[in-house]
Design a protein around this ligand. Structure first.
Ligand SMILES: [Zn+2]
Length: 246
């Protein structure tokens, strides 16, 4: 399982470190996320986004090679054990997803990595209208063919160009969804804005009081804020709030 994220390492000069990490899915959680068990396959340090090809192409090439050869480990008694290697999925946050997969940003038109739904702009935000009929799914073939098409348009169905990742992963099935940002801090925040407008006065306050009455364990290192101040919530709070309300 591959993972990449942009973690700011220093505020001076605004440099960020973009590591590519790898975890072994065969190791059960939480052990697989322990420092001893994760691998760093590569990293990019810079003030700008990493170059997609520089960051991924050599790593992808080696992983692709391992698909064919596997890894053979010789035990102390001389016995050889062969391990087959497969990539199960890759996880990104939303900006890294668009950058690394060479697709449209999450706030643009045709931003769904899974289907052909087309967004419409209302004021300055792009909305995806509800439809009883699901849109046509995007396929791995779409990602392969549209990314290679040399055309004057910036993107076809949100696909802007090639990415090394199509060599080792089936698009879009093996690209994980960033639930925290898409649902918890994205859609859920929009919902609260609607609720604030449509709910009777007092209902919002009651919800607020309920949330404030909850005492979170000290390991969370924060407590809930009143619903009224939802503009100031951090993503992790919105996520938990969302889970509580449901
Ligand atoms: Zn979709």
């Amino acid at each position: 399982m591959l993972h990449t994220d942009g973690a700011p390492v220093t505020k001076v000069g605004g440099k960020s470190l973009w590591p590519i990490q790898c975890t072994l899915v065969e190791i059960l959680p939480p052990l697989r996320d322990f420092m001893d068990a994760t691998m760093v396959l590569g990293a990019w340090l810079g003030g700008t986004h990493p170059s997609r090809d520089l960051l991924w192409s050599k790593i992808v090439e080696q992983i692709h090679e391992l698909f064919k050869t596997g890894i053979t480990i010789t035990a102390d008694d001389g016995e050889k054990v062969m391990f087959a290697i497969r990539a199960q999925l890759v996880t990104f946050d939303l900006p890294a997803l668009a950058q690394d997969c060479n697709i449209i940003q999450f706030n643009g038109y045709d931003a769904c990595s899974d289907c052909d739904i087309h967004g419409i702009a209302i004021e300055r935000q792009v909305f995806y209208p509800f439809s009883k009929l699901p849109s046509t799914p995007k396929t791995d073939r779409d990602y392969m063919t549209f990314s290679l098409q040399k055309s004057m348009v910036k993107s076809i169905k949100g696909i802007k160009g090639p990415t090394p990742l199509t060599r080792i992963l089936i698009f879009p099935d093996q690209i994980a969804k960033d639930y925290t940002h898409l649902v918890c801090s994205g859609h859920f925040k929009t919902l609260i804005t609607y609720w604030e407008r449509i709910l009777l006065p007092g209902v919002f306050d009651q919800g607020s009081n309920y949330l404030i009455s909850i005492i979170l364990p000290h390991s969370f290192k924060y407590q809930f804020m009143p619903l009224i101040q939802y503009h100031q919530w951090k993503t992790k709070m919105v996520r938990l709030e969302y889970l509580y309300i449901n």
